[in-house]
Ligand binder design. Structure first.
Ligand code: TYD
Ligand code: MG
Length: 472
């Protein structure tokens, strides 16, 4: 009899244990293993994960108050006051800018970035800067001593910042309930583990479940939650795509680890624009905001060299003057090399073809190296003109005079096309002391030139520009 009940117990347990297969790339769920994911078409991404739901009612529960159990009633849109909870404006202007004016209460913000780029530093620094708020920093990656060491390095005083090294979401919520922090920071989502799911930390089902629990907490308690997320080798956030769908805001912290500049880019924001960008500098004592990026991005040189041109770009809503450097030299191998940093390689090839066909420059047998300084990645097509000018400057070995900059898109016919926000670009160039800016003739038409002191030179074709610059 005793034996039978033991067997029953095992069978019952077996019935409770459920496994499913998850696509590690997009989070697609399937009862069977599959070679190719029907959702994202990736191969070999299915992994079996154990999901055990003992008590489905308890799933994702973080609070116990009975008042919350009452189902909410529909409310008239007009009756809802948007200012019920104003944004938390942080002392960090770059973060405010990226979030669209401050932290929205109850929002879930995900910050992704390569290891060692400074995600933990950024969030710890933000926590320490918000001196008057009670903050809970939960870390599953580092010990309390390590975080303390980092805080000492940043060197800010905070009387209300609490640390906890914990990975179980149930334990975190237990503390949070008693503690009621005004901001919760979790480093990182991949280390969290919910006891309602069997599979290991960092697996698709765990990440999904923990994020769902944290989202429920954020919305119901109106506490903003910052999540740090790891990224995979190809630069996307590790874990399922659904994670990005769930959260309100996705920020990417990027930059070259060997250089000091870091860029905070927003790729999704339910409460603001996605075209904003924050720039920081990583120093020995933490991250410093860079409020005048153009001045730093343009290098100071004693002697003038060929192959350098300054482009007036717009990143987000901010004008930025960026230095493009080219090196064109005779190729010593059969296939010439083309290499770019910070600029689209396909676009460089296109511009080289345009220069060859329309300008008659024999670049087919040359190695071309292009570098955007400061470790920035530029997608604004207005930098095309500066790229072409720097390539030809290096090819001809003629220096572009200092005080000259460029703003225009180059078309396949060698024509120079108008770009948006031209006034902003021109005034930034003027502010930084530039004497002359080359713009498209078509931008020039609609421009009121009287308000500018800088010499604005309209050009319609690449040929015209090169005649003017190099007299060729
Ligand atoms: P960290 O925040 O640990 O990166 P992540 O959490 O994204 O993995 O930052 C690690 C790097 O930052 C490390 O290489 C050291 C550097 N750093 C500084 O240069 N200055 C500082 O004040 C701090 C705290 C870190
Ligand atoms: Mg870290």
């Amino acid at each position: 009899m005793k034996k039978k009940s033991y067997l029953c117990q095992i069978l019952l347990n077996m019935a409770k244990t459920k496994t499913t297969h998850f696509c590690q790339s997009c989070g697609y769920q399937s009862p069977k293993w599959m070679g190719k994911c029907p959702s994202c078409a990736e191969w070999n991404t299915f992994v079996e994960e154990v999901i055990q739901k003992e008590n489905p009612d308890k799933k994702g529960e973080w609070r116990t108050t009975s008042s919350q159990k009452i189902a909410p009633k529909p409310r008239l849109l007009q009756e809802i006051n948007p200012l019920e909870q104003p944004r938390i404006v942080t002392p960090d202007k770059e973060l405010n800018r990226v979030l669209g004016g401050g932290i929205v209460p109850g929002s879930l913000i995900l910050i992704g970035g390569e290891p060692g780029i400074g995600k933990s530093t950024l969030l710890l620094q933000i926590a320490l800067q918000l001196d008057n708020l009670k903050i809970l920093y939960v870390s599953g990656e580092e010990s309390e001593q390590q975080i303390k060491m980092r805080a000492d390095r940043i060197g800010l005083q905070h009387d209300n910042c609490y640390l906890m090294t914990e990975t179980s979401t149930q334990n975190i919520f237990k503390q949070v309930e008693a503690f009621e922090p005004k901001i919760l920071i979790v480093d990182s989502i991949q280390t969290l583990q919910s006891s309602f799911i069997e599979s290991g930390a960092g697996s698709v089902s765990q990440v999904k479940e923990c994020a769902a629990e944290l989202m429920k907490f954020a919305k119901e308690s109106n506490t903003p939650v910052f999540l740090i997320g790891h990224i995979t080798k190809d630069g996307t956030l590790a874990g399922p795509k659904v994670l990005e769908h769930m959260v309100d805001t996705v920020l990417q912290f990027e930059g070259d680890r060997h250089l000091v500049y870091r860029i905070l880019r927003v790729t999704k924001n339910r409460f603001g624009s996605t075209s904003e960008l924050g720039i920081y500098e990583m120093l020995g004592d933490g991250l410093r905001e860079v409020s005048n990026p153009s001045e730093i991005l343009i290098s100071q040189r004693e002697e003038e060299i060929s192959g350098i041109a300054i482009g007036a770009t717009i990143e987000g809503n901010r004008p930025l003057l960026i230095e493009t450097q080219s090196l064109v030299s005779v190729s010593s191998y059969g296939t010439p090399q083309r290499s770019t940093t910070g600029y689209d390689a396909k676009r460089l090839n296109m511009l080289l073809a345009v220069l060859e066909k329309r300008g008659g420059y024999r670049l087919g047998a040359q190695d071309v190296f292009l570098n955007i300084t400061g470790g920035l990645k530029i997608e604004d097509p207005a930098i095309d003109l500066a790229v072409c000018a720097s390539i030809v400057s290096s090819y001809e070995d003629i220096v572009i005079p200092t005080g000259v900059c460029f703003a225009g898109e180059v078309g396949l016919g060698g024509e120079i096309r108008a770009v948006h926000k031209i006034e902003q670009r021109i005034s930034e160039a003027e502010k930084l002391g530039f004497k002359k800016i080359y713009v498209s003739k078509f931008s020039f038409k609609s421009l009121s030139t009287l308000s500018f002191k800088i010499d604005i030179k309209p050009v319609a074709k690449l040929e015209e520009l090169f005649n003017d610059l190099f007299g060729s």
